[in-house]
Design a protein. Structure first.
Length: 94
């Protein structure tokens, strides 16, 4: 079982926008163009941690989420941001 969570779209978009400001979209180092999404479901902490770096500056932010299964995944930040923009556009049209 992989990462599974339910999160408020606006909260996620806010955290992702902050990480996008740090992640380098055109980098020779793949780690610098990705964001790390880590879900935590412990008794003390439950939510999503968003991490991005450009090797000089690191952003780490926590977003409230209902976590069903803990896990982590690294995703290309530019592509994830484009998906988020497309979802906003479709929801805006409804």
């Amino acid at each position: 079982m992989g990462l599974e969570l339910y999160i408020d779209r606006d909260e996620f978009c806010h955290g992702l926008a902050r990480a996008q400001g740090v992640a380098v979209t055109r980098s020779t180092q793949p780690a610098c163009s990705h964001v790390l999404l880590t879900s935590q479901a412990t008794t003390q902490v439950q939510g999503l941690r968003i991490t991005a770096t450009d090797t000089e500056v690191t952003y780490q932010g926590d977003v409230a989420a209902n976590v069903k299964a803990s896990g982590s995944v690294a995703v290309n930040s530019a592509q994830l941001f484009q998906v988020e923009l497309a979802v906003d556009l479709v929801v805006g049209l409804l």
